[in-house]
Design a protein around this ligand. Structure first.
Ligand code: ADP
Ligand code: MG
Length: 147
C-alpha cells in the first residue's frame, strides 16, 4: 500500500494514525534516503502514541527512549558500522514498546522477520510516496487504520 503526502504535516498525521494502532513489541523499519522524512514520520508516530518529549534525530546516541502509554524506542543506525555483529538491538524488541528504526539496513540481519517495512521516496521537494509493507498478520491489521 502506498500513500502520497504533500507536506511534513501530512506525513506526521499519517504516522500519527498508525501510532494509535500500534501494539507492544511492534517494530518499524523506516527506509529512505537522507531527507526522505523518516524522522518526520517518527515525530508523527510519537504524537499518535501520546509519548512525551521532542523527537529529533538521535545523532550522538543510537537510540532515544520516549515514555508514554507504550514506550517508543527511536533508533538511528546511520553511524553504525556495517556488519557490526552485536548491537544489542534485540533487547529492545522484547521490552513491550514500539521500536522505530531509521537506517535499518545497517542491522538487516538482526531485524525480526515480523515487522512493518515503511519505504519513503521523495519524487520532489514536498512530495513523499510512503509504502507500507507489512511482514505478518498483526501489521496487516495495523495498516488498515491508514485506509
Ligand atoms: P530523514 O529522517 O529521512 O533524513 P527528515 O524527516 O529529517 O528526513 O527530513 C525530511 C525533510 O523533508 C524535512 O526538512 C521536511 O520538512 C521535508 N519534507 C518536505 N515534504 C515532506 C513530506 N511530504 N513529508 C515529510 N517531510 C517532508
Ligand atoms: Mg532522520
Amino acid at each position: 500500500m502506498t500513500i502520497t503526502t504533500h507536506s511534513p504535516e501530512e506525513t506526521q498525521e499519517l504516522a500519527a494514525r498508525l501510532g494509535k494502532a500500534l501494539f507492544p513489541g511492534a517494530v518499524l523499519a523506516l527506509r529512505g534516503d537522507l531527507g526522505a522524512g523518516k524522522t518526520a514520520f517518527v515525530r508523527g508516530l510519537a504524537q499518535g502514541m501520546g509519548v512525551s518529549g521532542r523527537v529529533h534525530s538521535p545523532t550522538f546516541a543510537l537510540v532515544h527512549e520516549h515514555n508514554g502509554p507504550l514506550p517508543l524506542f527511536h533508533f538511528d543506525l546511520y553511524r553504525l558500522e556495517d556488519g557490526l555483529a552485536e548491537t544489542g538491538l534485540d533487547e529492545y524488541f522484547d521490552r513491550g514498546g514500539v521500536c522505530a528504526l531509521e537506517w535499518p539496513e545497517k542491522a538487516e540481519d538482526e531485524l525480526p522477520l515480523e515487522r512493518l517495512d515503511v519505504i519513503l521516496r521523495s519524487p520532489d521537494e514536498a512530495t513523499r510516496e510512503i509504502t507500507f509493507l507489512p511482514r505478518g498478520k498483526a501489521y496487516e491489521e495495523c495498516i488498515k487504520s491508514l485506509l
